[in-house]
Design a protein around this ligand. Structure first.
Ligand code: PMP
Length: 446
């Protein structure tokens, strides 16, 4: 122990460090309990905790429809062949592992933003869009939240849809914003609660931020129509709301990434919002989940403003993680820079969306075949990765306990977890837990 203190002195530690090091050593020697003994057990994550429980379940019939990750026809993760081809090219080209700049590789950011905003917007106003690479969509939301808290003020209200991806709430709260909700989904009809959404956004104080899912809303799979998007954009302008688009499923809604960018591009074309920010993830549409690849971008009025915004994004990123991961960014840049790989990628993304869509139809058919008399048509009218079934927490618990089917407590089913081998089993189980019980509040009051 004396040696430890001496070593610190030799290493030139500041006096205070040495004193605290010695007093810690003394506390340990005296057997007093460390502060770690007072650390309380935290609750498991609402989504990843269930995924962990799936991993330890020994039932051979178990089904994971919890996490939003694509699975192929055999229930296996799928690396897109265009992504593999890009990786092979990167090896051939002997790409090095140097650090990226704080805000990422500019070529990647340009391609990524073009993917979201479109070529025309990038040509016309690309020079005034501030963009940084991020640790996927989560990192983009966190950096964007931190930026809003820093420059609109700690405690600025951000309105999130109710329901939303569970992590949004913690991300924006941790970033220093005051999380508020707007109504989004009607349990009565299992559809968009448009009128109440508009009422809540109208009541939001001017200068608040509002988070909008750009497409394939998670968890409901329910998006506004184009006409409704136009009205939402107008309302955000009228109320001077800071618009924060979260785009985690571009390509998964319709199978076509250009089409799925419609709402973002409409808002950009409209202009006139207090500000517009976009969190972009390549986890789902490129299958780059673990690569943590995404961007955050902010529209500015001119190049000088963009430079100031960029300088502040750097100041937020640098003390958090210094610079972003490079591998996923190289992949996306390689695919999107090559006309051949881009064309191949478009087909592969469409294939994923089509398989998920086929599972929607198959699940509703299998439910009917199992004898269910509920109206499950919302499953086929919803879009994206999930079916928001209307099942309540008790039904979900029974599905997990009695049938080893793992899903989130809100009744959300990740359709990519279904395939020809398990769909009948899942449908029969869903029928068993919902038979004779309401799956909408309308059915409840009927
Ligand atoms: N936003 C939404 C709406 C999501 O559903 C997700 C992933 N489930 C994310 C952001 C972030 O995902 P990632 O950090 O893996 O890109």
């Amino acid at each position: 122990m004396r040696f430890g203190g001496l070593l610190l002195l030799l290493l030139g530690s500041r006096h205070g460090d040495v004193v605290s090091s010695l007093s810690t050593t003394t506390a340990a020697a005296a057997g007093t309990s460390s502060y770690l003994s007072q650390v309380p057990m935290g609750p498991p994550d609402a989504i990843l905790g269930i995924a962990e429980a799936f991993g330890t379940c020994e039932d051979e019939n178990k089904v994971n429809v919890c996490v939003g990750a694509y699975r192929d026809e055999n229930g296996k993760p799928w690396v897109l062949p265009s992504v593999r081809a890009a990786e092979r090219l990167m090896i051939e080209e002997d790409i090095n592992k140097e650090y990226a700049p704080i805000v990422g590789n500019p070529a990647f950011i340009r391609r990524a933003l073009e993917f979201a905003y479109g070529k025309d917007v990038m040509e016309a106003q690309g020079k005034t869009i501030a963009g940084t690479a991020t640790l996927s969509g989560t990192g983009a939301c966190r950096i964007g939240g931190a930026f809003l808290a820093k420059f609109l003020g700690e405690g600025t209200k951000i309105y999130l849809p109710d329901p939303t991806w569970g992590n949004h709430i913690a991300i924006f709260r941790e970033a220093g914003l005051d999380v508020q909700r707007y109504r989004y989904y009607s349990r009565a009809t299992n559809g968009l609660d448009y009128d109440n959404m508009m009422e809540d956004l109208k009541a939001a104080p001017e200068g608040s931020a509002v988070l909008l899912h750009a497409c394939a809303h998670n968890p409901t799979g329910c998006d506004p129509t184009q006409e409704q998007w136009g009205e939402i954009s107008q309302l955000c302008q009228d109320r001077q709301l800071h618009v924060f688009f979260d785009c985690a499923y571009q390509g998964f809604a319709s199978g076509n990434s250009e089409k799925d960018a419609w709402a973002i591009r409409k808002f950009v074309e409209d202009g006139g919002h207090a500000s517009l920010m976009l969190a972009q993830s390549f986890a789902k549409n490129f299958g780059l989940y673990g690569e943590r690849c995404g961007t955050l971008s902010i529209l500015t009025d001119n190049e000088e403003e963009k430079e100031r915004v960029m300088s502040q994004l750097k100041l937020i990123v640098r003390p958090m993680y210094s610079s972003p991961p490079i591998h996923g960014a190289h992949i996306v840049n390689t695919v999107l820079s090559s006309p051949e790989l881009s064309a191949q990628y478009v087909d592969e993304c469409a294939h994923m969306a089509q398989r998920i869509d086929a599972m929607r139809t198959a699940l509703t058919k299998a439910l009917k075949a199992a004898g269910s008399t509920h109206d499950w048509s919302h499953i086929t009218s919803q879009i994206g990765m999930f079916a928001y079934t209307g099942m309540n927490a008790d039904m979900v618990t029974q599905l997990t306990d009695d049938y080893s089917i793992f899903l989130t407590k809100d009744g959300r089913v990740s359709l990519a977890g279904l395939n020809d081998n398990n769909i009948e089993y899942v449908a029969k189980a869903i029928h068993a837990v919902t038979d004779g019980k309401p799956i909408t509040t309308e059915e409840l009051s009927a």
